[in-house]
Write a protein that binds this ligand. Sequence first.
Ligand code: GLC
Length: 506
Amino acid sequence: MWWENAVFYEIYIPSFADSDGDGIGDIEGIRSRLSYLKAVGIDAIWLTPFYPSPKVDNGYDVSDYCAVDPQYGSLEQLMRLIEDAHQLEIKIIIDVVFNHTSTNHPWFIEAASSKESLKRDWYIWRDSPNNWESFFGGSAWSFDEITKQYYYHSFAKEQADLNWQNKEVKQAVLQVIQFWLELGVDGFRFDVINNLTVNDQFSDNPIGEDGRQIHRYDVNQSGIMETLKELNEWIKEQNPEVFTVAEISSDNLSLINSYTDEAHFDTAFHFNLGSMKHLDLQNLQKLTKEFQEMSKQNKIPTLFFNSHDMSRSWNRLANNDYSLYQLFAVFVLINRGISFLFQGEEQGAADYEAQSFEDIRDIQAKNKYREMLLSMSEEQALLEANQVNRDRSRGMIAWNNDQDAGWIGIGPRNPEADHILTLYKQLIQLRKEEGPFQTINMIKLQEACLSYQTENLHIILNFGKRKVQHPLQVKMSTLFGRGTLSTDGNLVQVPPKACWIGKEHL
Ligand code: GLC
C-alpha cells in the first residue's frame, strides 16, 4: 500500500502559511507551498482540522463536519488544494474528530434544546455527574440550565462527547466520511478514538497512589473495537487504498496495537518517541527493539518526535544543538516505519514561548495557569503553564526573517534552517533509494551510541561526547554522514554527536 513507507507531513493550518496577510495560515497558503513540500520529498500531508469551529480547542471543536472555516478559505479552495497536491503525487489525509462535536454544532444545539429532542440521545446526559475528570482538567460534566441535566465532555466543556451507542450517530459519521471520500481525500486521522465509548454503568474512576485519577471507565471500553472495525471495514469497501490512522492517547504499545488488530486501523500513532521528555537512549533502544518485535507481526510503527501537541524536539531532545538534532532526523527517516514530520521540523523550528497569560491560546495551558494561580504568583503560574503549553510547537512558521507576526506569534527561525532542510531532503531521498526498510536488527547501545541495521545499511548514531569505534561484520562503504573507515573496512570511527550510514557491498 502507498502509505507503508510514506513520509507524512503534518500541517497545523493556522500556523503554516498565510496567503492573505491576516496573520493566520490558510488553505491558499498551503497551496502556495506545495512545490516546496514536493521538493522536501514528502509523500502525503496530514491536515489538522479546517472545519468551521469556535476554536476553543483550535479547531478540534467542530461545528460543521462538511465545510471549511471561512478564516481558512472555502471548500472550493480545499478541493483545488487536493487536486493540485494530487497532480504533484502528494496524498492528503484529513483529521476527523468524531469523539465530540463543538457545543455550537447543530446536532448538539438540537439535542440540548429539550429532553424530548430526537437528537437528545446523540450525546451523553445524566441527572448527576460521577467523578470523571476532563483531560483538560476539572469535571468532565457540565450542567445544562435549560434541560437541567449534565452532559459529558472528555475535553473542554465546549466539546460535547457523542454517544456512540446510538446507531444514528454512526450513520451520520459515515455520511461525513462519504462526503470527504467523494472529494478525493486519501485517508483519515481519527482523533482520540479510544475515548469513543464510555462505561454504561458510569462507575467512578479509581484514584491512583499519586492522587491522580486513573481513566478506567471513560476510555477503551468494551464495544469500541466492534464499532471501529465496522467503520474501517466500511471505509475499505468504499476504497481499499484509503489510509486510516488512529490516535490512541496512550504509550502502552500492546493497547495501541490492539486498535490495529481488532479495530482494523491501518496503523496507530505510537506516541512513545514523542512522549520522551528528554533524551533517554536506554528508552530509545528499548523502543527500537519493541518496534522491531512489531515488525515480526507485520505491524508498522509510526515514527515521530514532533506534533502539534508536544514541545518541539529541537528544544526538548536536541537541546538546541544541530549535531544532536540531525540524529533524530536519521532515526525517523532511515528506519522501518511510517514517518510523520511536523511542519517546520525540516527547518529546525524551535518552541515558541508565551510571555504572558494573554499570549496563551492553548486551552490546556490556560486551565493550568488558572489552577496554579490559586496557589502561586502570576509569574510562577506562567512558568508552570508554559511547561504544558501546546502552543510551544504551534508558533507561526518563520518562512523568512521579515515576516509580520502571526495569530500566535512567530516561532524563532533557526539560524541553521537551510542546513537542516538540506539534511531532511537528503535523508528522504536516501529513504526512497535504499528503502523500503522491512527489518531492523542488531540494535545496540554502547555508551551513548545507538546502532542498528536495516537490510543492507548500518546506521550508527553517536549521541555522545566521545568518538566511537564500531566493528563491522561485512565490508561497507560510506553512504551518508561522518565516519572514517579503517583500510581493511572492518571498523568505522564516528566522531562525537555525529552519524554514519554505511552500505554493504553486495
Ligand atoms: C487530540 C488532538 C488535540 C486535541 C484533542 C481533543 O489529542 O491532537 O490537539 O486537543 O485531541 O480533540
